[in-house]
Design a protein around this ligand. Structure first.
Ligand code: NIG
Ligand code: FE
Length: 425
C-alpha cells in the first residue's frame, strides 16, 4: 500500500519561497512567500499542494491524509547547506587552543598542522570509521533542519584516500536520509610529499586524479582552495578547466585569507559558486554581481577563527549578486552543523535581514548545487523537504542564537528528525 498523504496544516507561518525559479538577487532575497495558517500536502516524496490551510484542505487527496497540526511551528524548506567538508577523522581542538593562545591559522598550517594534520589521520582511518563519524554528524544536520548538503573530499590528497572519502559519501547518499552532493577537492592544499614540487601535484590532479574521479562518477563538482598557502589562480584555472573537460563543474574557495584574484577567476570560468569572499574588493563585487556565480558566504569560519573580516554581504546583495549561506562544516575553521547559528551570524555580523538569510540558506543554496528544480522551495512538484521550528515568527530563528528550536525535519516526505513524536510512521 502506498503511504497515505500527509497534511501539515495550520502552520503558524509557512515560508514557501515560491516564485520565479531564477536565483534571488537584491530585493527578491527578502520575499519568503509567507502564508499565515498555511498548509503543505505531501504525497509520497513530493509536494502536492501548498497554500492557506482552508484551501489545501479541500484538495481531493487531503481527505485521506494523515493530518499534522503545525500551529506551534514556523515551517520552511529544509536548509540546503552548499559547502561542507563532512568526512574527517577527528577534531582539531588542540589547534583551537593554540589559536586562542595567539597562533594564527596560517602559522599552524606552516608547521604541518592544519589541513595536513587531518590528512595524516584520514589516510590511516578505515572507511567504516569515517562513515560512522559522518553518519553521526548527518543526524545532527537533520536535527537542525538541513535536508541537502554538499560535501567535499580534500583530506586525502592522494588518489586512494580521495576515493576513499568520495566512496564514503556515495554510500551515505545512497543510505540516506540526507541527500549528499559530492565535490572533488583534491586541490585543498599541496600534500607533504609534493611540498617541494607543487606543480607535479597539479599535474597529478589534472592528468590522473580528476579523470579517475570523474570516470567513476564519484563527484559532480570540482573545487580548489585558491589562497595563500594553497593554490594560485593560475593553478586553479588549470585544475578547474581539467575538471570541466571531465564533466565536473567548477566552484572555488576564494578570497578567504588574502585576496588572490580567485573571485575574478570564478567569474571568468562561470563557476557555479565562489565561496568565502571575505577579502573581495569593489571590482570583485561588481564582477560577481554581473555574473551567475553564486557567492556562498561562510560566516561560521570567520567566527571560529575569531580574526578576519566577515564577507561584505550587504554590498554584494545591494550590487545584485546571488548570495547563499552555508556552514563550511570542517574541523579546522568551522566545526558547526547548525544552519540556524549561521543565520544568526549572518544577521548580526553581516547585517543580513532574517528573511535574506533564510532565502540564502534555502533557495539560493539550492541554486549553488544546481538543484533548485527539486529543493529549496515549497511548491507543488518539489521534493517534500521541510522543517518546523517551534516559534511564532521566522525572525526568531536567527534571533535566538546557540539554541536549536528545530523540532522536526522531513526529507522526501519522511520524518528524519522528530522531537514531537507525532510524525514518525
Ligand atoms: O573552507 N579554506 C579551506 N578549507 C576549509 C578549512 C579546512 C581545514 O582547515 O581543515 C575552509 O575554511
Ligand atoms: Fe571550505
Amino acid at each position: 500500500m502506498p503511504p497515505r498523504p500527509l497534511l501539515i496544516a495550520h502552520c503558524r507561518q509557512l515560508l514557501t519561497l515560491a516564485g520565479p525559479r531564477e536565483p534571488r538577487r537584491g530585493q527578491q532575497l527578502r520575499d519568503l512567500g509567507l502564508i499565515r495558517d498555511g498548509a503543505v500536502l505531501i504525497h509520497g516524496e513530493r509536494i502536492e499542494a501548498v497554500g492557506p490551510t482552508r484551501r489545501v484542505e479541500r484538495h481531493p487527496l487531503a481527505r485521506q491524509a494523515v493530518k499534522f497540526d503545525a500551529r506551534a511551528y514556523v515551517v520552511l524548506p529544509g536548509f540546503v547547506d552548499s559547502h561542507t567538508h563532512l568526512v574527517f577523522p577527528s577534531s582539531r581542538a588542540g589547534e583551537y587552543e593554540q589559536r586562542l593562545a595567539g597562533a594564527t591559522y596560517e602559522q599552524i598550517a606552516r608547521r604541518g598542522g592544519g589541513i595536513l594534520s587531518t590528512v595524516k589521520k584520514l589516510r590511516r582511518a578505515s572507511p567504516e570509521e569515517l562513515r560512522t563519524q559522518a553518519r553521526g554528524w548527518l543526524a545532527e544536520f537533520a536535527a537542525h533542519g538541513t535536508t541537502t548538503l554538499e560535501a567535499k573530499s580534500g583530506y586525502g590528497l592522494d588518489l586512494k584516500s580521495e576515493i576513499k572519502i568520495l566512496e564514503v559519501l556515495r554510500q551515505l547518499n545512497r543510505q540516506g536520509p540526507l541527500e549528499i552532493v559530492s565535490t572533488f577537492l583534491g586541490a585543498h592544499v599541496v600534500p607533504r610529499e609534493y611540498k617541494r614540487r607543487p606543480q607535479a601535484y597539479v599535474e597529478l590532479l589534472v592528468r590522473r586524479m580528476i579523470p579517475t574521479v570523474a570516470s567513476r562518477g564519484l563527484a559532480e563538482f570540482c573545487d580548489v582552495f585558491c589562497d595563500r598557502g594553497a593554490f594560485t589562480p593560475a593553478q586553479a584555472r588549470l585544475i578547474l578547466t581539467a575538471g570541466r573537460v571531465c564533466g565536473l563543474e567548477p566552484r572555488l574557495h576564494a578570497e578567504q585569507l588574502v585576496r588572490t584574484g580567485g573571485a575574478r577567476l570564478a567569474v571568468q570560468l562561470h563557476a557555479v559558486s565562489a565561496d568565502h569572499l571575505e577579502r573581495v574588493n569593489r571590482g570583485d563585487i561588481r564582477r560577481l554581481a554581473r555574473s551567475n556565480t553564486v557567492c556562498t558566504l561562510l560566516p561560521g569560519a570567520v567566527f571560529h577563527l575569531g580574526k578576519s573580516p566577515y564577507a561584505p554581504a550587504r554590498a554584494l546583495i545591494e550590487a545584485g549578486a546571488i548570495v547563499a549561506l552555508a556552514t563550511d562544516f570542517n574541523p579546522g575553521t568551522s566545526p558547526t552543523v547548525s544552519m540556524p547559528m549561521i543565520l544568526s551570524l549572518a544577521c548580526t555580523q553581516m547585517r543580513m535581514t532574517p528573511a535574506e538569510a533564510i532565502a540564502a540558506a534555502t533557495f539560493n543554496g539550492a541554486h549553488a548545487l544546481r538543484r533548485a528544480d527539486r529543493v529549496g522551495s515549497l511548491e507543488p512538484g518539489q521534493q517534500a523537504d521541510l522543517c518546523g521550528f517551534e516559534l511564532p515568527d521566522y525572525r526568531e530563528i536567527p534571533y535566538y542564537f546557540g539554541v536549536n528550536l528545530c523540532r522536526w525535519t522531513l526529507k522526501r516526505g519522511q520524518a528524519i528528525y522528530d522531537a514531537t513524536g507525532r510524525l514518525q510512521p
